[in-house]
Design a protein around this ligand. Structure first.
Ligand code: RFL
Length: 391
């Protein structure tokens, strides 16, 4: 099979690159190792920067997002039985939007299918070849058979555990990693989220987060041990623990309901600074992982996808490699400050093994700074709303 661009991974990064290329008249094939259903059912991110929302609108993916997205104009921080509600209004009209990653993925997949364009599910890429030449090849297994796609460019959008990154020569020497000694138990619950019980909570029992996915579905998280079993706690134990950790000194309690999804995700910060070699470039989680405490992973993936698609367009339409040559640097200008913010949030809200009461007081100071001082609130607002795009 031949195509112009071989895209590995049907996550938000790969599907958005495919969509932008399509609207620029460039042909692509998306290869995804999971089943269609698995990809549609995967619950993950849900907080979108306004830049992400604008990008999705620009590429014709805004209809359901505009109907179902929930504007988020403030952010609540809770610590030491007190609470601060920080406005995200910076005078530009920007705000965050709650809209599940699952829905973005579904919107992009159904649009692509409606347009009759290929996504090959259950196609596991194992090897890339000739990425330094003009016609690199992707080897993959589909329906028990070894297959090859020849293309003019490979977009490696295959997440943290994908194969693309290791095909960039010397990529290991450009990797920066920190592993946190805890994980998040994330749940989806059929329970109307209460406005008064949302936000990030620091508790001496560990972090808790309460957010809304819709008027009737809540997305909540608890800090747990790094190797915790998602099924170790009963529904009631989870709700009790959430209420304890989200205690802000008022009588408010969470609305409870059936837990319909649970997963445990280890927290890490990871950046591979070499994001391109020859005719292969990587984007999204394939190149970087941020702790979910900033709500930034998906937003960063969208930022990379915009630059990658434009770099490919210039290469294939005008034989111009200028943007491709600066791809890593340009992406990293958004990635590092965002990683810094997500890690700062992570370090302020979690209880670390061996943490002393002094350390806890230091965290309270940080939270007080972000929650109650003008300069701290500005920092939080700016970081949460996200950095501007260069492309
Ligand atoms: P994805 O979504 O992991 O997609 C990669 C795709 O590649 C496929 N794949 C392969 N396909 C073919 N051959 C192979 N060899 C392949 N290897 C892998 C995979 O099956 C998959 O379909 O990466 P992408 O597109 O870069 O998107 C990144 C985002 O998914 C991720 O950053 C966010 O979900 C992170 N994240 C959050 N981001 C936000 O912006 N806001 C949030 O509020 C937020 N909350 C979260 C999060 C991530 C979490 N977890 C589970 C880590 C909350 C959690 C709990």
């Amino acid at each position: 099979m031949k195509t112009q661009v071989g895209i590995i991974g049907a996550g938000p990064a790969g599907l958005l690159v495919a969509r932008i290329l399509q609207l620029n008249g460039i042909e692509a094939v998306v290869l995804e190792r999971r089943t269609r259903q698995y990809v549609l059912d995967r619950v993950r991110a849900g907080v979108l920067e306004s830049g992400t929302v604008e990008t999705l609108r620009t590429y014709g993916m805004g209809a359901r997002l505009d109907r179902e997205g929930i504007p988020m104009r403030s952010m609540q921080l809770c610590w030491d039985r007190q609470k601060a509600d920080v406005s995200l209004d910076d005078g530009t009209g920007r705000h965050l939007t709650t809209y599940g990653q699952q829905k973005i993925v579904e919107d992009l997949i159904t649009q692509r299918e409606r347009d009759g364009l290929p996504i090959i599910f259950e196609a596991a890429v194992d090897r890339l070849e000739d990425i330094e030449g003009e016609t690199p090849r992707i080897h993959y297994t589909h329906e028990g058979e070894q297959k090859v796609i020849e293309c003019q460019f490979i977009a490696g959008c295959d997440g943290y555990h994908g194969v693309s990154r290791r095909h960039i020569p010397g990529s290991d020497e450009h990797v920066f990693l920190t592993e946190y000694p805890f994980a998040w138990l994330g749940i989806l619950a059929q329970a109307a989220p209460l406005a008064a019980r949302r936000g990030f909570a620091h508790s001496t029992r560990g972090l808790a987060v309460a957010s809304a996915r819709s008027a009737t579905v809540g997305r909540l998280y608890l800090q747990v041990e790094p190797d915790a079993d998602p099924n170790a706690m009963s529904d009631q134990e989870i709700w009790d623990e959430l209420d304890l950790r989200l205690d802000d000194g008022t009588d408010a309690r969470l609305n409870r309901g059936p837990i319909i999804e649970r997963s445990v995700a280890r927290l890490r910060g990871y950046v591979c600074e070499k994001m391109r070699h020859g005719r292969l470039a990587i984007a999204g989680d394939a190149a970087h992982i941020v702790p979910p405490s900033g709500g930034k992973g998906l937003n960063l993936a969208v930022g990379d996808a915009r630059i990658m698609a434009e770099a490919i367009r210039r290469l294939l339409k005008s034989n111009d490699t200028g943007l491709l040559d600066t791809y890593s640097e340009m992406c990293l200008r958004r990635i590092w400050p965002t990683v810094h913010w997500a890690c700062s949030m992570c370090e302020a809200f979690h209880i670390f093994p061996g943490q002393t009461s002094f350390d806890t007081r230091m965290q309270y100071q940080m939270l007080n700074h972000w929650g109650n001082t003008e300069i701290g609130q500005q920092r939080l607002r700016k970081a949460q709303l996200g950095l501007p795009y260069e492309i």
